[in-house]
Design a protein around this ligand. Structure first.
Ligand SMILES: [Zn+2]
Length: 446
């Protein structure tokens, strides 16, 4: 029995090793030859063909499965466009590195800027959709409304493309606000739901350097995966060149993902490759990103939290609490709020706090300096007044110095935590504004 299991593991290891070697060979061949005029480009190492019907939901931020990537393979994704002002710059940056990504377009943006959608496909990128109006209510609206949002978003993007074969059956739920009915509907349509493996917080009011830091740190923590970015954000435009440059320096390889068709077979994989870390591996847990890590949190290495009377928002504690059954969870988590009952076999995690996807109204483009440090310390961010009040109240309740330090640290890590649950519609408002400004611009042209 044990022998046969071991044989199975060995056979699987060899399969993975062989696939990995093939991937490496393909990677070298592709990056050297595929970017004429840019000999130092990062390049796109390979194309991964996936079958949405076999793997309907991906992205370890919310699901047990993610793309079957080898170590140091990265998939770039950009949401909420196209918005010419920034999307065109993102396209130029990607083109200079011969990097192919996946874009999740908003129907209304596609209506306002159909040429922008065609540009994505013309540049060889994969295009999926992200609803018609980007409502941050997918977790609670009636399924008929959600279906309408999904269908209209697809129709608008298709209208821009004019050819169904150019649209991938990939969908990212706005705000990652998943619901069973939504996932079931998408699966019934043969559409793959894309969560992500890590974000870089580029929708938050943070400087580009922070976006860069988070992208690299979170990627390094997992070693591979799907990075969630937004092509409508100036800070993303500012951070992206340095991110790509650093990926190259650190030996990461870009993978483009496309959907299987009758003519295009899915890339052969084994089921274990669709799990971020096979159970036989021991992977150190990083405190970033603030998302659950289902299988490999080693609770023994984390400090024992005291959650009874403090509203902790610290990622380490979240991880610990989830893996130490019986320890109460914080009342409000800044990111997907895990339930103690969730395990690696669970189909999905609960939704993230809507405030997570709040986008600041105004931002200034600050180009990253090329010599910016990779592992510089966290930037000092002012603590929200109510979070400060919370710390004071914890102090008065006799919290230990250690607890207070942790609380302050958590507040710095997540300065907006105190506002969780508010400002839900700002992202949608901004999208509306973009749509309106684009429409106004096109009206003026007429
Ligand atoms: Zn979005």
């Amino acid at each position: 029995m044990i022998a046969s299991v071991l044989m199975g593991v060995r056979r699987w290891s060899w399969t993975v090793l062989s696939l990995g070697l093939l991937t490496c060979i393909a990677a070298q061949a592709a990056s050297a030859a595929d970017c004429p005029g840019h000999p130092d480009a990062l390049g796109t190492s390979r194309t991964l063909v996936v079958d949405p019907r076999e793997h309907p939901r991906i992205g370890t931020m919310q699901y047990p499965e993610t793309l079957p990537l080898a170590d140091h393979e990265v998939v770039l994704t950009f949401d909420d466009g196209p918005l010419p002002k920034y999307s065109n710059q993102i396209l130029a940056i990607l083109a200079a590195q011969c990097v192919k990504a996946t874009f999740f377009t908003i129907g209304r943006q596609a209506n306002a800027n159909p040429e922008g959608v065609r540009k994505l496909v013309a540049a060889g990128h994969t295009v999926g959709t992200h609803s018609q109006n980007h409502p941050l209510t997918f977790q609670k609206i009636p399924i008929e409304k959600a279906r309408q949002e999904i269908d209209d978003g697809i129709a608008s993007t298709l209208a821009a493309l004019g050819d169904p074969s150019k649209l991938a059956p990939f969908f990212r739920i706005p705000g990652l606000l998943r619901a069973n009915g939504v996932e079931e509907y998408l699966a019934s349509q043969g559409i793959q739901v894309w969560s992500a493996d890590f974000p870089a917080d580029d929708w938050r009011h943070v400087p580009p350097a922070r976006v860069y830091d988070l992208a690299i740190k979170r990627l390094e923590a997992k070693g591979k995966g799907i990075l969630l970015l937004h092509d409508i954000q100036p800070r993303t435009v500012a951070a992206l060149p340095r991110i790509l440059q650093e990926l190259k320096v650190r030996g990461y390889r870009i993978v483009q993902v496309v959907a299987a068709t009758p003519e295009r077979m899915a890339t052969p994989t084994v089921p274990q490759q669709w799990l971020l870390h096979p159970p036989s591996e021991t992977i150190a847990i990083s405190r970033w990103p603030k998302i659950p890590n289902f299988v490999f949190a080693d609770a023994a290495t984390l400090a024992a939290p005291v959650l009874s009377d403090l509203d902790w928002r610290d990622a380490e504690l979240l991880d610990h609490a989830r893996h130490t059954r019986g320890v109460p969870l914080p009342r409000q988590a800044p990111w997907p709020q895990p339930e103690l009952a969730q395990t690696s076999a669970a189909p999905a995690l609960p939704i993230p706090a809507a405030s997570v996807f709040k986008i600041p109204e105004t931002t200034r483009v600050t180009l990253l300096e090329t010599n910016s440090q990779v592992n510089r310390p966290e930037q000092a961010v002012p603590i929200e007044p109510e979070t400060q009040a919370h710390i004071v109240s914890a102090k008065s309740r006799g919290a230990s110095a250690h607890q207070l330090t942790r609380l302050r640290h958590a507040a710095h890590q997540n300065p907006h935590a105190g506002r969780a649950g508010r400002g839900v519609s700002k992202h949608a408002e901004q999208v509306k504004k973009h749509g309106r400004s684009v429409r106004l611009a096109s009206l003026r042209k007429r």
